[in-house]
Design a protein around this ligand. Structure first.
Ligand SMILES: [Zn+2]
Ligand SMILES: [Zn+2]
Length: 364
């Protein structure tokens, strides 16, 4: 096999090109080289595949990084690199623009639209992972005509004008101009008798109940992608994807910081001074912590492993309890008497704090 050309050279961009430049460069090449525009031209087809492969790698930040470091020899590139079999679905967005009906070209049935929906979770569900039922209304292929749009017993016919290509060529002097076929309006097919159920659209709306498995550790705004669960594609084309945006409800007891959950625990001066066992809320109940004698307001005690799991499998965070000193607003006569004795016994003499301005220490 001959040496492969550098991907940046293939696309004609600088090594530092950003995503927008890459996309523009690839679009331009794809427009020129696309097999539909160069029927029978093997050189164009090879260049098209080369450009598609380069774009597939460079548009993926992870693959690009690998390529930048190791070039074509990059490990674990065997699969992703060089595999252009699925190039049309991989770049549906780009080809949708370029070769979609509006652009006048047509390359088989287009992909259906993506659908987005939301799912609300409690913090506990986000921590533990959960299976949820979800109702989604989407377009599915019409059951009567199986998506063809033609009445039962009939078939869509190939457009005679354009031979099913959806576009026709006109010569104007020595220029060949390609336009959308006026007979089928770019569809490539003619439906003589429309399906009564969908009026020739090939779709019907259908509410579907799906069960989604939500992995442990998701965050508010995390999005799940359910391949092929979006709208049906026109003319029997592949369906779009369903995106489920997860909304994790706030839990007033906790403030989430990545995998850790911070909480505040009210403690008294004797508890801080003498040490105590105090209970701390967890997502499933509560747990006890030891407050060491001599603890200061604002000190933290961690409950290891009771926070949120990492989505990347890097263990589980902690519940971090911040000790908050609460001073009583009123005292019983007895408590007041004891407190006065404590003050007289030296409780009022405080050694100057050496750790910071006015004794305030920065925790967290
Ligand atoms: Zn139908
Ligand atoms: Zn036609």
């Amino acid at each position: 096999m001959s040496a492969k050309k550098d991907y940046y050279e293939v696309l004609g961009v600088a090594r530092g090109a950003d995503a927008g430049e890459l996309k523009r460069a690839y679009r331009k090449l794809a427009m020129e080289l696309h097999p539909d525009k160069n029927p029978g031209n093997h050189q164009a087809e090879a260049s098209f595949k080369e450009a598609s492969e380069a774009y597939q790698v460079l548009s993926d930040p992870e693959k690009r990084q690998m390529y930048d470091r190791f070039g074509h020899e990059a490990p674990r590139m065997g699969q992703g690199f060089g595999d252009v079999g699925d190039i049309f679905s991989a770049f549906g967005d780009i080809f949708g623009d370029i070769f979609g009906q509006r652009a006048g070209g047509r390359r088989g049935p287009g992909r259906g639209a993506d659908v987005e929906t939301q799912l609300v979770l409690t913090l506990l569900e986000a921590q533990a992972g959960v299976k949820k039922d979800l109702k989604v209304a989407r377009r599915v292929p019409c059951a009567t005509c199986k998506g063809s749009g033609a009445a039962p017993g009939t078939q869509p016919e190939t457009c005679q004008q354009c031979g099913g290509r959806g576009q026709v060529m006109h010569s104007q002097g020595f220029l060949m101009i390609q336009t959308t076929c006026p007979v089928c309006r770019g569809d490539g097919r003619i439906i003589r008798k429309a399906c009564p159920t969908c009026e020739g659209q090939g779709f019907e709306r259908h509410e579907e109940e799906l069960q989604v498995t939500i992995p442990a550790g998701v965050e508010d705004g995390s999005t799940l992608r359910l391949a092929g669960r979006g709208e049906a594609g026109p003319r029997g084309g592949p369906p779009g994807n369903l995106f489920v945006v997860l909304r994790v409800q706030e839990d007033e007891r906790f403030e989430r910081d990545g995998v850790d959950l911070h909480t505040e625990i009210a403690v008294s001066f004797p508890q801080l001074a003498l040490g105590a066992k105090v209970s701390v809320p967890t997502l499933t109940g509560e747990s006890e912590i030891d407050v060491r004698a001599g603890s200061q307001p604002g000190d933290t005690v961690a409950l290891r492993g009771l926070g949120m799991p990492s989505l990347e499998g890097r263990g589980t965070g902690d519940i971090v309890a911040h000790l908050k000193l609460v001073v009583p607003k009123t005292l019983s006569p007895e408590a007041e008497q004891h407190l006065r004795s404590y003050a007289e016994a030296g409780g009022d003499k405080i050694a100057p704090e050496k750790t910071g301005l006015f004794g305030r220490k920065k925790k967290r």
